[in-house]
Each structure stands twice: as structure tokens, then as C-alpha cells.
Write a protein that binds this ligand. Structure first.
Ligand code: NAD
Length: 485
């Protein structure tokens, strides 16, 4: 089905001022299109930021509990259309409907509900002082928030911006990604229609011409970007120019450490979801560097290959498939290029998967097989670069201090996965790993309210949590009162 999704500015659906469009290819079927969206430029950015600016005073005055009540209603509306939204995600970014897209929409609904209940938490404090004085603080919204999201989990990430931004009384311009704009635009419009005009504006357009116009607009008071570290650094330059508060959720190159005392079979089964293989590895938290103790290395790699080879790859909209397609030809060619470079390395070996078939059903889309390499150490490109594909590299280790150094030997610091029956040892190791989120003996999953975000070049600030919401989208105003006046 071909979807045409318009943008939404100041309470109205709208095309771009230039009348240009972005065609959205269905990556499960090369050359076919999931839909099209307007291609916004500077002029559209300006009208959306102005709409958000004008709506701010009114929205700020709505009581937090009443803003929360609207988020709860939005959750119900999104839930009613969950299947349609999940199908749209599968058709635009290639994430398999059964294993990924349905779960993404469910998570988005839960996220609206989580923030919908947090209105009362927008509270300040009182401070001790002399009896003739009264000191307090209050939390206030920042103003117009400019939010930019990637394509890999478009609805979940759109809601991660919309819900806390709106609950705290800010207004929003959300720019969705050109590779997967349809479901995020659709979901944001469900929300925007239930809000006063201008409170939530959603636009679609390329990074350079639309994203940069948004980041540099003089009326925005906050940048909230989820995307690559490279683009995050650009956003930070714009923030520096105007001393803007910024939240950056960026890339990752996440380690998994398999200790010799792990539960062997449960770990093999767990490393696969931790690597986000059923999402083609297209996740910032993909545990794509797997450090396996030397004593179990060969047996582990061989068993892992047996298991990953069972994943059924194919059309993302088809219920039988575990894994869908790489999101676009650009990503597909980038991943193949990295794989070829790895195959030319002297100490790197391809164990299973590899280059995609040139004929047959898998050649009809941007499909890659789940792939396992081994490497001697972190010198391999696969241990350094965020591949964002279904590719794992397994690296042997012997000494516990050495493996912590290997795990931390990266500019990123987003997530890490530790596998050991000795939970005390795993907790001590978790303390040594420089990452914002660590999972012990599990493949993934967070609860609503658990802070998420990166250390080092993986980002600034935290999302998905009460603390993250308050730090990212409010500022504290302190008031001192002389009672003897
Ligand atoms: P990207 O950085 O290329 O694009 C992200 C968004 O930024 C898109 O909307 C894009 O249009 C926009 N953009 C691109 N160039 C821009 C510019 N010059 N100015 C303003 N906006 C610009 O990333 P991507 O390929 O869409 O997504 C994958 C990346 O996102 C990976 O690095 C992944 O790790 C990261 N990611 C991080 C998280 C997290 O929570 N930390 C979550 C998901 C994805």
C-alpha cells in the first residue's frame, strides 16, 4: 500500500512550501515505494518554529496534570491504530513486523502512558534559611524544542521526544528521518490533532537543508537529537553558538563480555538479541563486539553460528520472517563495503553469513544474512566502526583486566552486555565499563523510567526517565523572598 503522509504545522496538514516530495523506498522490494512525504526546507522550518513559538505561552499555562491527561488519551488513540502503524514501519525501514515493528508501537504507547502520569513530578524545592526569608525553586519549560530523530525505530524515538517535551509544557518541532518518515509522521499527527494548534509541529526533510535550518533557527531554546555521533557534533556546534540546552542520543559500538563461567546455552541464545540481529543490527545498543573467553571460544563461535543461521530473513511485512531488510540502499552498500574491508584483513575470518546472494528472493530487497566474524583483537574495522548491520565480531580474551580494557577501547559508551553465573563479579565489571546502560545476563529490554543515554561520544544527557525529562526539558528558577518587607 502506498502512503502519502503530509506534515502538520500550526494545527493543519500541509505540503512543503516548494511542493517537493521525498519518495520512501520499501527496502524489502527494491524499486517499489512505501509512500511519499513533503520535502521541507528553510521556509517550512520557519513557519513550524514560529507556530511553536506562538503556542508556547498558552501551553505553558495548562496544568501539568491536564497535559498528562492529554498524553493518556493520545496513547489510547495510537493503540487503536497500532497494527496499521506497525505495518507502515515494516514497509518503510524493513524492521520485521512480528519480531520488531509491533513491539515498537506497543513500547511507544507505554511511553505515552508513562509520561502521562508524571505531571505531579514537575515540582521544585524549598531551602533552609533565616526565619525572615523564604527560598524556593520551581521547574519551568524551556520554550520551543527542536527534535530530530533517525529512521531505525522511528515511532519509538518520536514518542521519546514528544511525550516528555509536551508534558513539561514546551512546544515542539519534530523533524523525522527521510528514510522512515511515514509512521512517525502518522503517529505525531494523531497526537498533534489532540493538542492546541502549534503545540506539536512535525516536518519531514533532509538533514542538511531542513535539519540544519531547524538547529540554527533563532527561536528554538533546546536541541534534542537522536542520530549519529557525526551529526550530534554538528548539533552541538549550533547549540554552542546560542548556548542552548542539548540532549544528544548518539551512536554506539557496544561490547558483550562472555565469561568462562557463563551458562553456555543461555548465553548463546542471549547474545543474539543483545546484538539486535532480528533488527538487522540497526540499533544504537547492538552488542556487536563479542569478547569470548579463550577456553570456550571455538565452541561458542561454532554454536553461535548454528543459532544465527536459523534466523529467517525476508520481507519485513511477512509474519514468517525473523529478520527483515536493511533500511536503504545507502546503508546496504555501506555495510557491504565494511564487510569487504573486514574480509581483506589478515587476522579476521568470516565464519558464517557474509556477502548477500546476487540471485533469488533475497536479492529482491536489501537483505543481509546474519553474519559472524572472528578477529584477533580490536584492530579489526568490525571492532571499531558502528556498522549498523547484522554483523558480529567475536574476539578471544584471557585476562579479566585485559577484557575490560578491550571493552572500553572505543570512543563510544552507550551499552554493554555481561554474561556470567557469578553475578557479584559481573556487577564489579559493570562498575568498570564506561557505558550508560549495562545488562547482566540478558539480551536487552528496559523498563519505562530507566534512564537511557550514552557516555563519551555516545551522547549527552539521559532520556526515557523522570530524571531525563526534568534535566532535558525544564530549567530551575530559584526565588528568594524577604518576609519582613
Ligand atoms: P543520522 O545522524 O544520519 O541522522 C539522524 C537524523 O539527523 C535524521 O533525521 C537526519 O535527517 C538528521 N540529520 C542528518 N544530517 C543533519 C544535519 N547536518 N543537521 C541536522 N540534522 C541532520 O543517523 P541515522 O543514520 O538516521 O541513524 C543511525 C544513527 O543513530 C546511529 O549512529 C545510531 O547509533 C544512532 N541512534 C542512537 C540512538 C540512541 O538512543 N543513542 C537511538 C537510535 C539511533
Amino acid at each position: 500500500m502506498f502512503h502519502e503522509e503530509l506534515m502538520y504545522i500550526k494545527g493543519q496538514e500541509t505540503e512543503s512550501s516548494s511542493g517537493r516530495w521525498i519518495q520512501v523506498e520499501n527496502p524489502s522490494k527494491k524499486g517499489t515505494y512505501a509512500g511519499r512525504v513533503p520535502r521541507a526546507d528553510k521556509e517550512d522550518v520557519d513557519r513550524s518554529v514560529r507556530a511553536a513559538y506562538e503556542a508556547f505561552n498558552g501551553w505553558e499555562k495548562v496544568q501539568p496534570k491536564d497535559r498528562g491527561a492529554i498524553l493518556l488519551k493520545i496513547a489510547g488513540e495510537v493503540e487503536k491504530r497500532a497494527e496499521e502503524i506497525a505495518r507502515t514501519i515494516a514497509s518503510e525501514n524493513g524492521n520485521a513486523i512480528r519480531t520488531q515493528s509491533r513491539g515498537e508501537v506497543k513500547n511507544a504507547v507505554e511511553r505515552f502512558r508513562y509520561y502521562g502520569g508524571l505531571g505531579a513530578e514537575m515540582k521544585g524545592m524549598t531551602y533552609p534559611g533565616p526565619d525572615n526569608m523564604f527560598f524556593y525553586s520551581r521547574r519551568e519549560p524551556l520554550g520551543v524544542v527542536a527534535a530530530i530523530i533517525p529512521w531505525n525505530a522511528p515511532v519509538q524515538l518520536a514518542v521519546a521526544k514528544m511525550a516528555p517535551v509536551l508534558l513539561t509544557g514546551n512546544t515542539l518541532v519534530l523533524k523525522v528521518a527521510s528514510d522512515a518518515p511515514l509512521a512517525a509522521l502518522h503517529t505525531a499527527k494523531i497526537a498533534a490533532r489532540m493538542l492546541p494548534p502549534g503545540v506539536l509541529n512535525v516536518i519531514s526533510g533532509p538533514g542538511e537543508e531542513c535539519g540544519e535550518a531547524l538547529l540554527s533557527h533563532p527561536l528554538i531554546r533546546k536541541i534534542s537529537l537522536t542520530g549519529s555521533t557525526e551529526v550530534g557534533k554538528k548539533a552541538l556546534h549550533y547549540a554552542a553558538d546560542r548556548v542552548l540546552n542539548s540532549t544528544l542520543e548518539l551512536g554506539g559500538k557496544n561490547p558483550q563480555i562472555v565469561f568462562p563461567d557463563c551458562d553456555f546455552e543461555k548465553t548463546v541464545q542471549g547474545v543474539i538479541p543483545a546484538a539486535r540481529l532480528a533488527r538487522q543490527g540497526q540499533s544504537c545498543s547492538s552488542g556487536s563486539r563479542v569478547y569470548v573467553h579463550k577456553s570456550i571460544f571455538d565452541k561458542f563461535v561454532s554454536r553461535l553460528c548454528q543459532e544465527v543461521s536459523k534466523l529467517k530473513v525476508g520481507n519485513a511485512c511477512d509474519e514468517i520472517n525473523d529478520m527483515g531488510a536493511i533500511s536503504s540502499s545507502v546503508q546496504y552498500n555501506k555495510i557491504i563495503g565494511i564487510m569487504k574491508q573486514a574480509m581483506a584483513e589478515p587476522d579476521t575470518r568470516l565464519i558464517c553469513g557474509g556477502l548477500p546472494p546476487e540471485e533469488g528472493p533475497l536479492a529482491e530487497g536489501y537483505f543481509l544474512l546474519p553474519t559472524v566474524f572472528t578477529a584477533r583483537n580490536n584492530d579489526s574495522i568490525l571492532a571499531k566502526m558502528e556498522v549498523f548491520g547484522p554483523i558480529l565480531v567475536c574476539i578471544p580474551w584471557e585476562d579479566e583486566n585485559e577484557v575490560i580494557d578491550l571493552a572500553n577501547d572505543t570512543d563510544y559508551g552507550l551499552a554493554a552486555f555481561l554474561w556470567s553465573r557469578d553475578v557479584a563479579k559481573a556487577i564489579k565489571t559493570a562498575q568498570e565499563i564506561n557505558a550508560g546502560w549495562i545488562v547482566i545476563n540478558g539480551g536487552g529490554g528496559q523498563v519505562q523510567g530507566q534512564p537511557y543515554g550514552g557516555m563519551k561520544e555516545s551522547g549527552l544527557g539521559r532520556e526515557h526517565s523522570l530524571e531525563g525529562m526534568l534535566e532535558s526539558y525544564t530549567e530551575l528558577k530559584a526565588v528568594s523572598i524577604n518576609l519582613d518587607y
